[in-house]
Design a binder for this molecule. Sequence first.
Ligand code: MRU
Length: 355
Amino acid sequence: MLSPVRWENSRLKLLDQTLLPAEERVLSLSRAEEVAEAIRRLAVRGAPALGVAAAYGVVLGVRDASSVEELAQRFDEAYELLQSTRPTAVNLRWALERQRRLLERDLLRGLPPREIADALLEEAHRIRREDVEANRRLGEHGAELLPPGARVLTHCNAGALATAGYGTALGVVRAAWAQGKLKKVWVDETRPLLQGARLTAWELQKEGIPYEIVVDGAAGALMARGLVDAVITGADRVAANGDVANKIGTYPLAVLAHRHGIPFYAALPTSTIDPEIPHGGAIPIEERDPEEVFTVLGRRVAPQGASARNYAFDVTPHELVTALITEVGVLRPPFADSIPEALSRPEAVYRHGQP
Ligand code: MRU
């Protein structure tokens, strides 16, 4: 199984996603600072994968501490550093908080630093494992929603690369393909960094799942021609009312889907839900370097002196979301009711991060 984030020989191994599909290079990281840097430049990306990488990042930050005081201080430094890398994906904070709770428990138990570092490593392994399991389960739930011969449109990359493995939106695609229900995937190229054309296409091709890449502006024409049965995307954060923050360009897809009577689904583990955020307007939206907009794969296309705005994410209002596909099942509106119910279920990964 394709896994972009794994622990091997006491190091964090990341498949460098900035180089795909041209080159499959694995980074071998031994310091929390290197993990933060890899997250900032999108060598590792996608909300669940960011959570897993951060969970291992704090392990790298603390593991050489010689006293519990030093370990606690190093933990705080690594936490802050990793947390500051990308603001929108809540899985990052969720995983770091999960590690913090474990640390506080073990400090109280009076464990020596070596044992605490080992416990944090075990927890990072668990976060990783649970993410793959959640994706497999949500994939099954999502596949049930699709008609036979489904043509699914997706945006950005919510695949194995964006998670610990299997994927969320592409988890649904994988499950539907395995069941013989899927005809093809429309892959939005996803400017400015082309996660669709580079990463989603690469993943689907490896699995022999039929796809065609389209430019981001093509969705309306495809829908008007009757060529799309469902839109399925991932999510970086879902607010308590069901508003969904995801890669810039997701919101217009939901508007178009509504106009054409096509279901719009967001697929996510419950660790992507932030019940403390009441609505999407309160979700912090990352703004990235305008340079990404001026260039295509490093080659400048805009004139010198041009200006640009580079919001990395947008918010799809819950009224446009047909359902949220999660590991505990398919959540329907009103999300203000179905979300708390889902989060309280013992099998929800969200709960595993709670006190
Ligand atoms: O900027 P990125 O590539 O990290 O954005 C990723 C997305 O928008 C994904 O759709 C989201 O994180 C869900 S990944 C399962």
